[in-house]
Write a protein that binds this ligand. Structure first.
Ligand SMILES: [Mn+2]
Length: 422
């Protein structure tokens, strides 16, 4: 999926109970936050998602990502309060009537939330305001999540005192993935690779885009993943040039290409993978020509990727520039324009709990980051849009492609397509 706006940072979450992250790791993450809070006698308030916001009849409940990152807690209505010396966790009271609808939810007196989150003491949410006022007397700064509607709830409680964004404290932690997180990401990627392969098998003239989408969603749903990490993008023919096309209602035909940008979210972690394949099984010479340029641009960026490089467009360490220069040096549109002009979006973004995880394009990459590398060329006047997107772990001195189980060499793709049963 193509990064289009910073507003998307820190937006989505998930629900599956399985986790490669222990309560001890959640404790460690909070300890790191508290150490940062100690530097300026800060206090951090983070509201978990409520059912009103996230659990409408249309979509089931999913937790706010930063809240999940620091607690591992999956039920609605919880509140987190961190100070340099203490951590407080508040849960809504038990309700037998509610439990009739939702199944049994944990209350502050239960053991299960202690085991999941690692909090020693859990209190009723009715204690939150009193505790906050006590802690505010000692605090010089207040940090919260500023980009959702919860800000007003916190501001009402703290009066005239300014609330600062928790982003500089929490986001750097989220950008470096732990071994447990990498295992969960790999699982999401592997299941999404299976989804892409299943769609390749299903692809044929006369099939509708939504049918490929259904095949893919079915694969990761069957595997226990809780949702798509973003709405599947299946663009055939001219739709391949629309970056976030997701109407998926067109019937595809032979001679066309179909771009599939689809990933599942499994145990809260997102996958984000794109491949572009020929509907008939064989690229036309022109499709293949453009495809090879995109693939070459991706290879050039992957080769240069290492800590210190950045995804952004400007400066000496720009991976974007490397990809774009490769395009410019290796082909032209039928109008005679260099192909770099048709690279219409960013080169990549961080992925984790959110498909667009925290991390700005101009920050140097560090060991432990997981990012997409997704060059694309979109030529509307030729009806050709090609994107190749992989997920990559930044290592000590390079990068490791986590999604290399999904072929991208044109010859290999054609071989797999030709082996389909007719
Ligand atoms: Mn993407």
């Amino acid at each position: 999926m193509v990064l289009r706006a910073l507003a998307l940072l820190g937006a989505i979450g998930g629900l599956c109970a399985a986790s490669g992250v222990s309560s001890g790791e959640y404790q460690q993450r909070r300890a790191k936050v508290r150490a940062r809070l100690a530097a300026d006698e800060g206090l951090m308030v983070l509201y978990g998602a409520t059912e009103d916001e996230r659990g409408s009849l249309r979509s089931r409940f999913f937790q706010e990502s930063n809240f999940y990152y620091l607690t591992g807690w999956q039920e609605p209505g919880a509140v987190l309060l961190l100070s340099p010396t203490d951590e407080f966790f508040f849960l809504p009271p038990r309700s037998e009537i509610r439990d009739l609808y939702t199944g049994r939810r944990a209350g502050p007196g239960d053991d299960s939330p202690r085991h999941v989150t690692g909090f020693a003491n859990i209190q009723a949410v009715s204690r939150f305001e009193v505790t906050l006022f006590q802690q505010l007397e000692k605090a010089k700064k207040i940090y919260g999540l500023l980009n959702i509607n919860k800000t007003s709830r916190l501001k009402r409680l703290v009066g005239q005192r300014p609330v600062e964004s928790l982003a500089p404290i929490v986001f750097p932690l989220r950008q470096v993935k732990s071994p447990g997180e990498l295992a969960l990401l790999q699982r999401s990627i592997d299941v999404s690779i299976d989804a892409h392969r299943a769609a390749w098998h299903r692809t044929a003239a006369g099939v509708f885009e939504y049918q490929l989408g259904a095949t893919m969603v079915n694969v990761y749903s069957e595997a226990g993943c809780e949702r798509s990490a973003y709405p599947p993008i299946i663009g055939s023919g001219p739709n391949s040039t629309v970056l976030h096309y997701n109407k998926n209602d067109r019937r595809m035909d032979s001679g066309e290409i179909v771009l599939m940008d689809v990933g599942g979210e499994c145990a809260m972690y997102a996958a984000d993978l794109t491949r572009t394949i020929p509907v008939s099984g064989t690229f036309t010479p022109r499709q293949r020509e453009i495809y090879e340029v995109v693939l070459g641009a991706q290879r050039a960026a992957l080769k240069a990727l290492k800590p210190g490089m950045k995804l952004g467009r400007e400066g000496e360490n720009s991976l974007f520039k490397i990809a774009q220069e490769y395009m410019n040096a290796n082909g032209k549109s039928l109008r005679g324009d260099p192909l770099g002009k048709y690279f219409a979006h960013g080169l990549g973004h961080h992925v984790g709990l959110d498909v667009h995880d925290p991390g700005l394009p101009d920050m140097p990459l560090e060991e432990g980051n997981v990012v997409t590398i997704e060059p694309g060329i979109y030529i509307p006047e030729e009806g050709i849009g090609i994107r190749i997107e992989d997920m990559v772990l930044v290592t000590k001195d390079g990068g490791r492609v986590l999604s290399d189980g999904l072929p991208k060499e044109p010859r290999e793709i054609e071989k797999i397509l030709h082996a389909r049963k007719k």
